[in-house]
Design a binder for this molecule. Structure first.
Ligand code: AMP
Length: 213
């Protein structure tokens, strides 16, 4: 099964992608995590990506597509996967279609919807783990020990691009570049909409039901 999680920044994709992949017993990837790994290691790609990420802009399609396709085409992903944060542009969506053309394509696109005014509040309360990138939120998913990741004990920090200026830019980019993908997948009968303005548990169950259907 090959699934895409679509939705605005702050909708909870990063939280749900892990649960859903476990449920489906497939692998998963968040393109933002891949970029953050590169920036932490200071690779050439990381240095390039950082200049876009910090201001809430998208990293150019050519490098993004290459990075994610390397992951998608790896043998470990043969059983299927859940993608979070990719595709984010029409160019990325068509590149993904081409890469999967002979493998049967995408099975479902799950669109997590959250009202815009809630996204800003959600993003400003988010902290992520420096080591394993697990997201937490002061609203509904606090770590057991303040500032420490429950899973690996890593240090939690606020992403540079979760600060107000970058958040505004990311939401604008989402509306212009990524939101049109909902129509792209809807017109092909792949899109399922989920109300993301509920508890983590409830959203998780709704997603699990949709992939079972
Ligand atoms: P995220 O963790 O998904 O919010 O992504 C953080 C940042 O990484 C984004 O604001 C972009 O700068 C970059 N990024 C992640 N995924 C993509 C993508 N599919 N296309 C372009 N840039 C991306």
């Amino acid at each position: 099964m090959r699934v895409i999680l679509l939705g605005p920044p702050g909708a909870g994709k990063g939280t749900q992608v892990e649960r859903l992949a476990k449920h489906l017993k497939v692998s998963r990837v968040s393109s933002g995590d891949l970029f953050r790994e590169h920036t932490q290691k200071n690779t050439e790609l990381g240095v390039l990506a950082k200049s876009y990420m910090g201001r809430g802009a998208l990293v150019p399609d050519d490098v993004t597509i290459k990075m994610v396709m390397n992951w998608v085409n790896a043998p470990e992903q043969a059983k299927g996967f859940v993608l979070d944060g990719f595709p984010r542009t029409l160019g990325q969506a068509t590149a993904l279609d081409q890469a999967l053309a002979e493998k049967g394509g995408i099975d479902k696109v799950l669109y997590i919807m959250v009202p815009r005014e809630d996204l800003v509040v959600r993003l400003s309360g988010r902290m992520i783990c420096r080591s394993c990138q697990t997201p937490y939120n002061i609203r509904d998913s606090q770590p057991k020990k303040e500032g420490k990741c429950d899973k690996c004990g890593g240090q939690l920090y606020q992403r540079e691009d979760d600060k107000p200026e970058a958040v505004r830019k990311r939401l604008e980019v989402y509306t212009n570049e990524t939101e049109p993908l909902a129509d792209y997948y809807r017109s092909r009968g792949l899109l399922e909409e989920v109300d993301g303005n509920r508890s983590i548990e409830d959203v998780g169950q709704a997603l699990a039901r949709l992939v079972a259907a």
